[in-house]
Design a protein around this ligand. Sequence first.
Ligand code: ADP
Ligand code: MG
Length: 553
Amino acid sequence: MQQGQPMIILGDDSQRVQDKDAQQYNISAARAVADSVRSTLGPKGMDKMLVTSTGDVTITNDGVTILQEMDIDNPTAEMIVEVAETQEDEAGDGTTTAVAIAGELLKNAEDLLDQEIHPTAIIKGFHLASERAREEVDNIAEPVDPDDEELIQKVAETSMTGKGAELEKEVLADLVVRAVQQITVEADDGSHVVDLQNLNIETQTGRSASESELLAGGVIDKDPVSDEMPTAVDDASTLLLNEAIEIEEADVDTQVSIESPDQLQEFLDQEEEQLKAKVDQIVDSGADVVFCQKGIDDMAQHYLAKEGVLAIRRAKKSDISFLKNVLGGSVVTDIDSLTADHLGEGSISRDEEGELFYVEGNGDEVHGTTLLLRGSTDHVVDELERGISDAIDVVSTTISDGRVLAGGGAPEVEIASRLRDYADSVEGREQLAVEAFADSLELVPRVLAENAGLDSIDLLVDLRSEHESGDTHTGLNALTGEIGDTFEAGVVEPAHAKEQAISSAAEAANLVMKIDDIISAGDLSTDKEDDDGPGGAGGMGGMGGMGGMGGAM
Ligand code: ADP
Ligand code: MG
């Protein structure tokens, strides 16, 4: 086959874009996504309001949430969303940073491509720079003692600033730190292991965030199935049930033919008997409280109430498995095989408002802590929960990893400066890519300044000169607008999240740049209903799904 001849015969509807056009197309798509989250970065970042096609509203500052809710259906743009998701999974925080750096890397790569530097050289240079940057993060990181509550509290507060959790950040950060401490165990080798399985976050609307609390055990947001039941039971034997207390559905093909009123009565009696028998089995096992994941028939509710048993139905699966940690025992899937051995032990009580059950375990072997978050409305509580779960991840990472950084752009400026030194030792055109990588990291302090309404160029000049003179901790304190030692100012972030953000940004940028050929089975615009929106890139027609995004953000 001759060079340049297409290997595949493409259909009429298909499109193909190659080489520089392909890179340009992909870079624009990826950058459009990255640009859309920049304005949320840092303590002074703004929020976004996302409205789904069915009118559901989410108000958030959380990078990964924004990107997930944005309904992006451009394949390249989705790669950037994946960066945020990886970052969320690996570090729990730093999603906006990762995505913003990826966008800036691509922007700077585009300039290099324009200077006829081959993508392979850029990719190699970015890779070298990313490896080096990781090492430098480790070099500038400060060790943190897992018992240093004051410092860890600062880490939690830093991750909350600019989020819904900010207003009450001292109270909430304290709750987060205590919650994580309760689920941390020290391993034999002295390392600290945080078992997030033992922490449950529950939300309740109606009261202020400052009334959030940390509870031993679990919380169930349900009513008892009958008003006749007790609402508090001390030292209860508890049953976790994953089977309905209902009549088993007759097989589809069995027909019951009823010819007389007597027969009907007999049939109903039989059903009642069956239900009574199930309830008897539960009572005989010794259970005082039943948390049922499925339904409970009215008649069974009545029998259970008569026996003085507290029963809750349609509990969430996640709640049932958490209660297993709290109460002990096992989750029973067949009432016929139920014995006392399956039961757990604990005490159940009701909150003041009569909305929630508090469930506390009695045994030694049981664990589980609940962070009950309160807030005035659903939107407030939802955003609070996102901020708090980031903070929990950040605190857990910090405790298990044991390294922190001064925040406010200090690490980015320091690493950029070290990368520029390193670039001198890199041969060929890769050197330019390493320098471009350094420039890209400085996007973080620039955007932190921009979002705080400060002059980003002046700021960067000042920060660079401080770092040149050896002050590795100098960054922007966005709350005061001053530059200084951010570590001292209590702006502290986990080193692991920064390492992860830098390397996933680099990987994503390289992935996008490696593509030199886009072969699409259909129109490259994947959003069929939409006309080409203003998001359309580089004369490539619509960018599917991203149309109009620029305006909406
Ligand atoms: P991400 O999704 O990347 O975590 P955030 O919106 O949480 O994005 O912003 C994190 C950035 O904000 C970090 O670089 C952190 O150092 C910085 N930051 C947090 N608090 C402050 C502060 N008081 N002053 C300056 N920068 C801050
Ligand atoms: Mg954050």
